[in-house]
Ligand binder design. Structure first.
Ligand SMILES: [Zn+2]
Length: 231
């Protein structure tokens, strides 16, 4: 067993993790979907052992839930977890925006312009998956611009979990992010006004969270006696 063997296995596990994460991020794999091992092995042309390791890794990232005797399913975050994910996003995205300088924005202007063009094009299409992908891509782009790989990695995980949350709790079918708010964040950063960028971003994240039905009571308690009385 040389080093290359280990690396090949790690790369293969990472490939499976990436494919499944992307499936969740693009709303192809919905919360509660059963992940049948044999089907993943087949579809991804992967080794069974690698698939198991990938599913365990995704379980540690809270993207998959492994249930005894039932196997793996795509996670179904609770309303409480949803609020905690948004609180974590506010903390991490604030730090990300605070570490992007006007100079970085200038140096990366072509890449940013390309993204904003893709985002605008997506929002005029009717392809909901494409819209969802491009809009969340903006938040990941900010993380990359921050140059902090650890924060980018944390946000990657939070964005995949946000996709699950949106799939479960979004009140309506309106795309989650408004593209003009993204532009306002960039404009503030270009002007070197990080405080304003943070302010717009925080309002943006509040709005995203407000679009979720997290406070609605789950199935109301029915009092059987009362319900049957007088019938
Ligand atoms: Zn957004």
């Amino acid at each position: 067993m040389g080093l290359t063997t280990v690396t090949a296995k790690q790369l293969e596990v990472q490939r499976i993790v990436d494919v499944l994460s992307r499936g969740v991020a693009q709303h192809r794999l919905r919360p509660g979907t059963r992940l049948i091992e044999a089907q993943i092995v087949d579809t991804l042309q992967a080794n069974r052992n690698h698939v198991q390791v990938a599913l365990q890794r995704l379980a540690m990232q809270r993207i998959v839930t492994i249930e005894p005797n039932r196997g793996a399913i795509i996670a179904q975050p609770s309303a409480r977890e949803a609020r905690e994910v948004f609180a974590a996003r506010r903390a991490i995205e604030r730090a990300i925006v605070e570490s992007i300088s006007a100079q970085t924005l200038h140096e990366q202007r072509e890449r940013i312009a390309q993204h904003m063009a893709n985002e605008r094009q997506a929002t005029t299409s009717s392809d909901r998956r494409l819209i969802v992908r491009e809009l969340s891509e903006f938040h990941l782009l900010l993380a990359q611009l921050s140059g902090n790989a650890v924060m980018a990695e944390i946000l990657d995980n939070l964005m995949v979990r946000s996709s699950l949350i949106v799939a479960l709790y979004q009140r309506n079918d309106v795309p989650a992010c408004a593209s003009n708010e993204h532009q306002q964040i960039l404009d503030a950063l270009s002007a070197g006004d990080q405080a304003l960028a943070v302010q717009v971003l925080m309002a943006h994240l509040d709005e995203l969270e407000n679009q979720l039905a997290l406070d609605e009571p789950t199935a109301p308690e029915v009092n059987l006696r009362e319900a049957l009385a007088g019938l």
